[in-house]
Every structure is written in C-alpha cells, then in structure tokens.
Design a protein around this ligand. Structure first.
Ligand code: CAA
Length: 386
C-alpha cells in the first residue's frame, strides 16, 4: 500500500526492510503497554544502536552508518508506523545533537561524544525551548557566564525529548551580558552531560501522546561547564540550532508520515471487515472517499518529504522545503488519524484499536520542532529571501 514515489536503491530498500522487521518484532508487541504505562525502554536504544540506527547519517570514520538523508528517513518512517515514541527518540538523536557535533564539533569533541553516540552507547537530546521561550526561541534566558576557563550556567530548559535518558544534551544559553543583549547572536551552544554539578532533571510531562518518549524540564543551577564543552563559536548557537532544525523537521515529517500510513492501513483493514447495513463498510462511497483522500494525502506528504531529503543530499538550501515537508506531513497525520477514528466509529474512540493512540500521537507533530504557524512563517519568509 505504501507507494515508493522516489525510486529506492537496493541499499535503501534493505535498510528499510531491517527497520520494518525490527519494528514488527521488537516494538509492535510492546507499543500498547509502553503507551499505557508511559514507559521508555532503554534496552531498545541498545538494540537500535547495534543496527547502526543511532548513527545513521554519521560517516563511518566516526563509527556511524554513513547513509544519506533519504535512507535515514525511510527507516524512520518504518519505525514510526509502529511506535511514534521510539521514532521521535531516533529523530532527535540523529537529526539534532549528532549533526551539531558532526558539523561544529572539534575532533576531541567528536572522539569523546559523537563516536559513542553513533555507536548507540550515549543517547542525545536537544535543549532549546524554555518555559517562556517556545516559538520565540531567541528570547531564551538561560544564562552562561565565563568563570576562568569554565562557564557557569543558570536556567531551565523545557520540553526536552529523551531528557531523562539524554546523556549528551546540546543546550542553548545566552552568552551576551544583560547590559549588552545581542538577540539571536547572543546565544551559544554547550555540550551538557548529566554528571555536571548543578544539573538536575525536573518535571516529567504527563503527555496526551508519545507517552513512551520521556519529555522533561532540565534545571541548570550554577552548573559548571568546562570550557571545552562550548560548541563552535560564541554567539553562533542559535544559528546552529536553526540549521539543525532544518534537518530535525525532516525527521518529524517522516514520523508524521509513518503515523498517517499506520492509520490508513488500520482504517482500510477495518473497513473491509466491519459490516453494517448488510455489507462491509468499504462498499460505501462515504468510506471509499475518505480512504481515497487519506491515501492521496499520505502519498503527497511522502513525496514532498523524499524530494526535500534528496535536495538536502544534493547540498541545496532546504529551509523552506523542510518546513513545507513538516507542515504538510504533520497536518496530514492529524487529518488522516481523525478520519481513521471516524471510520472506526465508537471503536476508534477506545483503546481496543491502535487508531486512538495514533490520533493522540499525531497531534504533537503539529507542535514540536516549530508549530504549523511557525512553519508557515518560515515558508512565507523564504519566498522573499532569494
Ligand atoms: N538556517 C540558518 N540560519 C538561520 C535559520 C536557518 N534555518 N533560521 C534563522 N537563521 C538565522 C538568521 O539568518 C539570523 O541570522 P543573522 O543574525 O545572521 O541575521 C538569525 O538566525 C536569527 O533569525 P531570525 O531573525 O529569523 O530569528 P527570529 O527570532 O525571528 O526567529 C523563528 C525565527 C523561525 C521564528 C525561530 O525562532 C523558530 O524556528 N522558532 C521555533 C522554535 C522551534 O522550532 N523550536 C523547536 C524546539 S526543539 C524540539 O521541539 C525538539 C524535540 O524535542 C522534538
């Protein structure tokens, strides 16, 4: 049913098959109970690491798999089709902290952090948002002050995915001074690890969906960060975060396509077996039209995502493309899962069938890594920027 609109190479198809088998055997039997108990199983990360899925776009010289963006996203979609929580864990790790270290890290930072991350021994997280800085990310207030060769960080980061398990956290903090604010240019990126004195994990969010992906606040209280944990240049952290989100949004788009694809499959199967008025409900045009629209929107989202991924792999500027792919895929996921619940009727509203979870999981794709409104702002701005 899943149309491969972009022809995949043999290697891409084989990694896709590995991801599909892994999802069917290692995730599918547990997804429901993990969602119910809001449980994140660290053993899964180890197993994904063994497959190389924690270093997908990291070159082999840094112990990664060294595959291109399209291959990574195809595998991510397969995981998301079965477990969207594991998919976001993979997406954040592969798209944000590892890519930041690869692009702007020193060789020593790559040796110490990137290599074990690529092997799946250390899980990565990304800490940009704060309780009062969400869409307006540049208004963040976590402050970093130099102290000899170190930095002292104070502040609270919010909505950090994988935050309880994150072992290497790329955190953005202000390095400008209160009497010389420099906006986005006053922000730097730091490599934070939970062993730093003054680091604590705060409130764990009790979420509507993606319940098997822990989302937390992180508190930095006079946290002493060694000088060699600064990533790249002072004052460039916001730019690094934005460039990385261009990648991250592709990952979220793949997650959203996977959620939508799963809802479509469940709805089509249910419509073939559920009988009302003496025949399977798939015989009714009201249901056929829904399924047709669902399938079309999933295919369009996947096609745009794959086009954006191949543009990235050609080295093109993808800010607009990436926001378009994320916007279309996330709104498709929400719409398709809503239609799936409708096709299931009362059975869609209870936990006996997966569409109820898929509907809950879909919602956040319209919110994190930039809301749909922010994606529209980015897309519109880019229309005039070149
Ligand atoms: N690539 C490179 N540079 C970029 C860029 C990009 N995509 N976007 C912006 N920049 C640069 C600008 O060129 C500018 O640089 P100069 O100083 O050289 O001019 C600088 O960054 C500031 O840019 P803006 O003036 O555009 O900044 P802004 O304050 O107007 O904000 C925004 C722009 C697009 C609204 C941005 O704040 C944004 O994306 N907000 C959403 C935040 C977001 O996505 N958060 C996600 C949290 S992480 C998460 O959800 C992960 C998870 O756990 C799942």
């Amino acid at each position: 049913m899943a149309w491969a609109l972009t022809p995949l190479t043999e290697e891409q198809r084989s990694i896709q098959a590995v991801a599909r088998d892994f999802a069917a055997t290692e995730l599918a039997p547990f997804t429901e109970v993990w969602d119910r108990d809001s449980y994140f199983d660290p053993a899964i990360i180890g197993k994904l690491g063994e497959l190389g899925f924690l270093g997908m776009m990291i070159p082999e010289q840094y112990d990664g798999l060294g595959v291109d963006t399209l291959t990574y996203l195809v595998a991510l979609e397969e995981i998301a089709t079965v477990d969207a929580s594991i998919a976001v864990t993979l997406s954040v790790h592969n798209s944000l902290p590892t890519q930041m270290l690869l692009k702007w890290g020193t060789e020593a930072q790559k040796e110490r952090f990137l290599k074990p991350m690529a092997r799946g021994e250390l899980l990565g997280a990304f800490a940009l948002s704060e309780p009062d800085a969400g869409s307006d990310a540049a208004s963040l207030t976590t402050q970093a002050v130099r102290d000899g060769g170190d930095w002292i960080l104070n502040g609270t980061k919010a909505w950090v995915s994988s935050g309880t398990k994150g072992e290497v956290i790329l955190a953005m903090a202000r390095t400008d001074s209160p009497d010389d604010r420099r906006g986005a240019r006053g922000i730097s990126a730091f490599i934070v690890t939970p062993d730093l004195p003054g680091f604590t994990v705060g409130k764990k969010e009790d979420k509507m969906g993606l319940r098997a992906s822990p989302t937390v606040q992180l508190h930095f209280s006079d946290m002493r960060v060694p000088g060699d944990r600064l990533l790249g240049q002072v004052g460039s952290g916001f730019i690094y975060a934005m460039q990385s989100l261009d990648n991250g949004r592709l990952g979220i788009a793949a997650q959203a396509v996977g959620i939508a694809e799963a809802a479509l499959r469940h709805a089509a199967a249910y419509a073939a077996e559920r009988k009302q008025f003496g025949k399977p409900i798939k015989e009714f045009q009201a249901i056929q039209f829904k399924l047709a629209d669902m399938a079309s929107r999933v295919a369009a989202s996947r096609a745009l995502l794959h086009a954006a991924a191949t543009a990235k792999d050609r080295g093109e500027h993808i800010t607009q493309f990436s926001s378009m792919a994320k916007l279309l895929a996330s709104e498709t996921a929400m719409w398709v899962t809503t239609q799936a619940v409708q096709i299931f009727g009362g059975y869609g509203y209870v936990k006996d069938y997966p569409v109820e979870r898929l509907f809950r999981d879909a919602k956040v794709t319209e919110i994190y890594e930039g809301t749909s409104e922010i994606q529209r702002i980015v897309i519109a701005r880019e229309l005039y920027s070149r």
